[in-house]
Design a protein around this ligand. Structure first.
Ligand SMILES: [Mg+2]
Length: 449
């Protein structure tokens, strides 16, 4: 903790807007490494090049292929298949066990290359990054030329790695542009060509639109991305049932919704306390644990970490307390979050000689903010934490697969194979393993405030 404050009954919390309007003439460049894990393996071991490779989590026919190489994809091998299934499609597929450390190391190098061209680089995941080039328009006359130079720089460093680069007035369309040409793509979407580009796409080609959202749109008579772009904001609101519809309208009309979404957004969890609950201090303390765990779940889902947190409590006489903590290192773990808050609470209680959790408690809540994406964390600096982060991810993956209650916080019991599994799933965006098979880009449709 480097900065703390405790204040008495502040004004109602103001929520910052979940969007930064694209200024006229914004330019965003998006980079997506092609078949990243498998290509890294081929980079590191040239004998694997031009061969169908399946990166797996552990050596067994039941292992999941978390990343097929481009050659394996040609046989129909897909991310998430079992190795046995992959072998049926491609009998000579070469299984390779995952090497997360190497993928992170190469990721850091690629980020360095991007930083040579632009100060405003945000890693979206281990193999994706977005660059806000808006303030470089006078520096670089030709953004496509910059894209080609970046590709050349990556090739010089790692001759086997390929990427798709998208350029557009906002980050959503720039990401979409990377999907249009793979591998080794370079596509620019402009106000002049957007309709032509969209006319070749299906709804599910849009990152963030999977079957559930496609159905919602179809129910409103919207059957293609082109139609979606030319529909009214009101109809999109109706289709998505609220503000998410406005976001989609703006994405397809050059507004910026996603670029700094992490940084701007706050998340909070709150509980109102019943009469019986406020009688028992232990219950209130358990509630704090539950709130922190809830926020942890949401952070793991979105692969983000917070750098500040606040705790608030309200009493029946409408007085209350707010306390805010800023962390030196980003936090995702719910119990760590709780520990920092409890330190604050205890400090406060000592200084005032009072008890914060008392019989007048009406509600309590925790809010977190200043997020950064998991891809931005430099794990080499604190390897110990990496293990914890990986275990946490593993636990949630198991919960998603087999149900909420199958594992609890006794996480040290998980075996290392399961942990390896988790690294892949946490990082591979096109798994479609979100809620209801939805969500390609986990950040785009979340509506936490
Ligand atoms: Mg990729």
């Amino acid at each position: 903790m480097e900065q703390v404050s405790t204040t008495e009954r502040p004004k109602k919390q103001e929520y910052r807007a979940n969007s930064a309007d694209a200024k006229h003439g914004s330019v965003v460049m998006y980079l997506d490494m092609n078949s990243y894990f498998a290509s890294c393996e081929q980079q590191l071991n040239p004998e694997l090049r031009n061969k169908p490779v399946g990166v797996i989590t552990y050596d067994s026919p039941n292992a999941c292929i978390i990343a097929p190489s481009m050659e394996a994809k040609k046989y129909g091998v897909k991310t998430g298949m079992r190795l046995g299934e992959g072998r049926q499609l491609c009998p000579h597929i070469i299984p390779v066990t995952t090497n997360p450390y190497q993928y992170r190391r190469i990721h850091v190098k690629i980020m360095e290359i991007l930083h040579n061209y632009c100060d405003d680089v945000i890693a979206r995941s281990i193999d994706e990054a977005v660059m806000n080039m808006s303030s470089y328009k006078l520096v670089y006359k030709d953004m496509q030329e910059v894209g080609r130079k970046i590709k050349a720089d990556i090739s010089r460093e790692y001759d086997w790695l390929k990427c798709s680069i998208g350029i557009a007035p906002n980050s959503f369309l720039a990401k979409l542009a990377t999907e249009i040409q793979k591998p080794d793509g370079l596509v620019e979407i402009t106000p002049e060509n957007i309709d032509e580009k969209l006319s070749k796409l299906q709804l599910q080609d849009l990152p963030g639109i999977a079957s559930r959202n496609e159905r919602r749109l179809q129910l409103c008579g919207i059957t293609s991305p082109l139609q979606m772009r030319h529909t009214s904001e009101a109809l999109l609101r109706k289709a998505f049932g609220g503000v998410v519809g406005n976001f989609w309208y703006r994405r397809l009309n050059f507004g910026e919704i996603d670029l700094y979404a992490h940084e701007n957004r706050n998340m909070s969890a709150m509980r109102t306390v019943s009469r019986e609950q406020r009688e028992n201090k232990a219950t209130l303390e358990a509630m704090l644990v539950a709130l922190c765990t809830k926020l942890e779940q949401r952070m793991v889902k979105q692969d983000i970490f917070c750098r500040d947190a606040s705790f608030f409590i309200r009493y029946r006489d409408s007085t209350g307390w707010d306390t805010k903590v800023r962390f030196q290192q980003p936090v995702q773990d719910g119990l760590e979050l709780r520990r920092y808050l409890v330190q604050q609470i205890e400090m406060f209680e000592r200084s005032r000689n009072t008890t914060m959790f008392n019989k007048n408690t009406q509600s309590l809540g925790v809010a977190i903010g200043s997020f950064m994406s998991g891809g931005n964390l430099q794990y080499s600096l604190f390897d110990n934490r990496m293990k914890q982060d990986v275990v946490r991810k593993a636990m949630y993956n198991i919960k998603d697969k087999y149900g909420r209650n199958i594992v609890r916080k006794g996480v040290e019991m998980l075996d290392p194979y399961v942990m390896k599994d988790a690294i892949g799933f946490g990082s591979v965006k096109d798994m479609g393993n979100g809620i209801d098979g939805e969500i390609v880009n986990k950040y785009m449709l979340e509506e936490d405030f």
